[in-house]
Design a protein around this ligand. Sequence first.
Ligand SMILES: [Fe+2]
Length: 293
Amino acid sequence: MFEEATVYSPVIRQDSGTVSVVFAEEHPGAQDPDYQRHRAVIAELALNYRVGEPVPEVQYTAAEIELWGMVVADLQAKHRRYASAEFLDGSRRLALPTDRLPQLREVSDRVRALTGFHFTPAAGIVGLADFYGSLADGRFQATQYIRHSSLPRFSPEPDMVHEVVGHGNALANQRLAALYRRVGQAARRASGTEALEALSQVFWFTMEYGLVREDGVPKAYGASLLSSVGELEQFRTAVEVRPLDLPAMLHQAYSVEDFQPVLFCAESFDELEAFYAAFLPSIEAGEPALIRA
Ligand SMILES: [Fe+2]
């Protein structure tokens, strides 16, 4: 997901045509030239991609396949305890493998058959209007690289684990997919940066970090929570959980590099849908007073 843009490793295509990825000093792959070369190859595939083409295949390393299996199996075990019913429904339908690392194309085809959503590759930062707008077409722009093996439990960058385990499982559920698509339609109709930023802020606290109460217990449906072993261990005990509250959500600061200090919990999935049904028309109408209420 693309609000994480501030911690994205920028992708550069030089005049010579060479593609490189720029890693910050603190990035876990900063001292790993093999990883950096691999990331550049994957980034170039995405840069060369045009909508409508088949999703390109990535040659994953044995270490990446092993990392995927380990992290995804760990996450799936935690999902059984901490994920919401809608997310678990998507997860059952999508049935991601852990004994191999699926290509994004395979996952995309499967999700498309389930809910009409599909994936296309993204090299790095995608603008808000482009990223959210493409959801209206049932298109989710996703990275194809895997987090660095030295930090398997949390990735500040949105890698394949985040995109496929977090968003893919959500997009395999009809109710969640319908909400993603509705967000996309609002983004298409929105005018102005302020409206898109408000939409992005609400998306962050719902589709990335959202909770919904089931039998009195907060369960996760947000993709960032459900794709991070560390976040899933943290959210039950150490964060402040608030009810859905648009003004509070719009003014709540968040961290892309650490665990979230505040999460928002819907009382039911019906309440989440009603929340979006009330909020999105204000984005489409470009009502700053309402957006910043
Ligand atoms: Fe995301």
